[in-house]
Design a binder for this molecule. Sequence first.
Ligand code: AKG
Length: 248
Amino acid sequence: MLKVTSQQHQHFEEKGYLIVPGLLDGKELPYYQSLYEDFIHNRVDASRYRSDLGGHVEEKKETPTERITQIMVPSRVLPELLKLSLHENTLSIARQLLGDDMTLDFDMLIDKAPYSNTATPWHQDCAYWIDMPDKRAVSCWVSLDEATIDNGCMWYIPGSHHLPMRAHRSAGKGGGALTCDADEKEGVAVPLQPGDCVLHHGGTAHYSRGNSTDTRRRAFITNFRPLAMVEYERSQGMDHTGERKVRS
Ligand SMILES: O=C(O)CCC(=O)C(=O)O
């Protein structure tokens, strides 16, 4: 299992993000790429958890139906994923960075198809969540392709997780995407090789450009937070499936 060094720990704590190269090895990567295609092409049925994260953009006839394909909670559809390397390795890193009580809150797939040209707007993940007394949270973004600036690698604003949360508003037309004021000049781009991972804190502002290339940009993402906070969320009807079920 990957050992987090004290320098990596310090980088995550100070900057709010951390690159972990080679999270998936040469044998594991093709397994996840192939599984991803099963989800995207509905050979694994996750239709109830599927939506267009790019729904905030004005409809244009010539654009594909989904601009940014988002499939929530793939491990709920295929629970065996929980025992495989991507989930096990990212859980181990999350625990080393933020404590042994970290547990999986949710996972998701975010796919930017070639020429889909749709940015993920600047946001902080915590803007999507209910307010929680314990704000420890980490998202692990595992790249299944080479992620470049032009196909939509992640950008982060270093240290933004230490500041008060920025004001968020709806990102635009339809869809549930939120955004905040931020600019690439404040941020750093994080290009990755296939199988690399970048982690970010729940308060770190981030964004990605649209995919303007002929290459795929597939990300498999796991999110972890303290078990007590996951239980708190569930008691409030929040399960990250895309539905909000408030208890009566
Ligand atoms: O993949 C993307 O473009 C956005 C991912 C994201 O916002 C996240 O993992 O929190």
